[in-house]
Design a protein around this ligand. Sequence first.
Ligand code: ADE
Length: 227
Amino acid sequence: MRIDIISAVPSLMESFFGHSIIKRSIDKQLLELNIIDLRSYGLNNYNQIDDYQYGGGAGMVLMVEPLFNCIQDLMTKVKYDEIIYLTPDGIPYKQKTANSLSLKKSLLLIAGHYKGIDQRIRDHFVTMEISVGDYVLSGGELAAAIMADTIGRLIPGVLNDETSALEDSFQDGLLAPPVYSRPADFNGWLVPEILLSGHEEKISEWRLNQSIEKTRLRRPDLLDENL
Ligand code: ADE
């Protein structure tokens, strides 16, 4: 799989991708990740990429022309399955979205900055607009990193334990149950006995009940979604 990310500040993502599970997937050649510096498509002597917005108002906008040239250039080399713009006014990002995007061959992510990108890029290139949460980040880079991480770890072979991604919170519409490791008694803090029983069926039932109860308390909206 290939993920390309257009960014005005690529250095924001370099450390993350250099030290995460994403790095492992790149090293294993399961993922090709390219960060494209929008500044290299900047205009005039200053490599300008942003400008004031028409109609007035605070904040700069990433200009149409550098983004247009950058995307066109990439599209001569790659046929993208989706061109995704990260923005707080996008569709909320869910595990389901990550699951389906992990099946694609090539994605282009556009990290916005300042007030956002010129609407004409959204109208003419972008196929999905995604928000990673109801808050405003100072740039789309963190959002792009979240997407690359959540998608990258789903690529078969990236995680050591093939099944572990399937048991994550949200995969079955429920939050994950509590987990414990050795010792069974730490200063009198005990691991629930059922987990030591070796009774697989009862353990599965206990885990499911814990998941349902946690979801009911913390995220009742998830239960409604799965009715
Ligand atoms: N850029 C700024 N805030 C964002 C958010 N919440 N999701 C995606 N991109 C963003």
